[in-house]
Design a protein around this ligand. Structure first.
Ligand SMILES: *Cc1c(COP(=O)(O)O)cnc(C)c1O
Length: 412
């Protein structure tokens, strides 16, 4: 049993005693499957002469079924899945790739890894890709690929976005690191573009420490992705794969980049697939509880979320407005000391997981990219992780700490 995170204190000050960074444990079934695999010793996903079906192949089959996509491939991280997706759709060195300004460092990292040039698209006040800026920059740059990151689980108007992508002939790769099980108007993320990429890093929706999943309906992209991931000529052992003739078209052309998923990771993930929807339901409940409480705090603003957005918030974002940077520093440190760690995207330099486009200086030409709204929005953007175990009482404590922190900041 977890210790209660909200405990009565003898002072008036609210403290949150839980650890917002603590993940859910691996289900017992996953621990047992992992132990069995270790006893067996066959942790590598391919075997040369085995009769049993490898865990990774089963996970891929199950995840393909979950998303309703034909093909699925497990790899060693979402960052690698983004790289493989770029290569599998045919990105060559020097090609331009559009990406939204609000994202995590592995996204520009994957573009750089593929040797491509990022074209950064602005965001709106609700942290979503600015569709008009996408329209402009797609036309001006001639880019043929959009890497769309649903950063922190925020999903733009997919009807409007896909319409623009079709108009410009853009191939869309979806970064679904924060949207496993989320959708737009009844359609899951990862099924809008040519390829969907998911993360199973510890702070995402299912947890194997490291891991990534790629889904697609395109047989050539699927075969190329499998070969890129490092299947050797053992790809027949995949189950969520295209027919073997498709591999004949690619097997002499695609380098082996050794980014495979291990059997151990797959075993841990298979045990979490049955609890994914339940966890997502907890996150929705937690967000719905916290949202009005945070929105009621002076100078804090919650983003507007469209009715059609079916998000699964494993974290929560809000904007701070109308106080100075010094006051923001007081707000952050008071909240931190009282147990609520708030990440801020406005720091001068990159900190922890948090960095901005102006920190990704390896990206060619980014300095000439005008993303002035992103600069303004990110300056006020705050982020807290939401473990799925938070109770209503925990949410009240967290909101109280944030309210007290703002009072302190304003007195400063
Ligand atoms: C975590 C994350 C990634 C990268 O995932 P890894 O599995 O850690 O490589 C990519 N994009 C976003 C938006 C993320 O949050």
């Amino acid at each position: 049993m977890r210790e209660p995170a909200t405990v009565a204190s003898d002072t008036d000050e609210a403290f949150f005693h839980g650890d917002l960074s603590s993940p859910d444990p691996i289900p017992e079934a996953g621990i047992e499957a992992a132990v069995n695999l270790m006893r067996d010793g066959r942790l590598f996903r391919y075997g040369e002469d085995r009769n049993s079906i490898p865990e990774a192949a089963l996970l891929e089959e199950e995840f393909a079924a979950y998303t309703g996509r034909k093909y699925c491939l497990g790899v060693n991280s979402c960052g690698c899945s983004l790289f493989i997706a770029l290569k599998a759709v045919g990105v060559e060195s020097g090609d331009k790739v559009l990406m939204n300004a609000f994202t995590l460092a592995p996204v520009p990292g994957a573009i750089a890894h593929a040797g491509a040039d990022a074209v950064i698209v602005d965001i709106d006040d609700n942290y979503l890709i600015d569709i008009n800026d996408l329209d402009r920059k797609a036309a001006a740059s001639g880019a043929k690929i959009l890497m769309l990151s649903y950063m922190r689980g925020h999903i733009p108007d997919m009807d409007a976005l896909m319409e623009i992508c079709h108009r410009h002939g853009l191939t869309v790769i979806e970064d679904c690191a924060h949207t496993m099980g989320a959708g737009w108007n009844g359609k899951l993320t990862g099924t809008f573009g040519s390829v969907g990429c998911f993360s199973t890093q510890t702070f995402k929706h299912i947890n194997s420490g490291e891991g990534g999943l790629i889904v697609t309906d395109d047989e050539d992209i699927a075969a190329r992705a499998i070969l890129f991931s490092g299947s050797y000529m053992l790809y027949a052992q995949h189950r969520a794969r295209p027919s073997l003739e498709v591999f004949e078209r690619h097997r002499y052309q695609v380098p082996n980049c050794s980014m495979r998923m291990s059997g151990l990771v797959a075993a841990l993930l298979r045990s979490q697939m049955p609890v994914l929807d339940e966890r997502n339901e907890s996150w929705r409940r937690i967000y719905a509880t916290l949202e009005p409480m945070i929105a009621a705090i002076n100078h804090l603003k919650m983003p507007e979320r469209p009715e059609k957005e079916e998000f699964v918030p494993s974290s929560l974002q809000f904007s701070i407005d109308g106080i100075s940077d010094e006051q923001i520093a007081v707000f952050l440190s008071y909240a931190d000391v009282h147990g609520v760690h708030v990440k801020w995207f406005g720091h001068q330099g990159p900190i922890g997981f948090t960095s901005r486009h102006d920190h990704w200086r390896y990206l060619g030409g980014h300095n000439s990219t005008d993303v002035s709204n992103a600069d303004r929005v990110l300056h006020g953007l705050c982020d807290i992780r939401l473990p799925a175990w938070l109770t209503d009482e925990d949410c009240q404590t967290i909101a109280r700490v944030l309210g007290d922190a703002m009072e302190q900041a304003k007195q400063h």
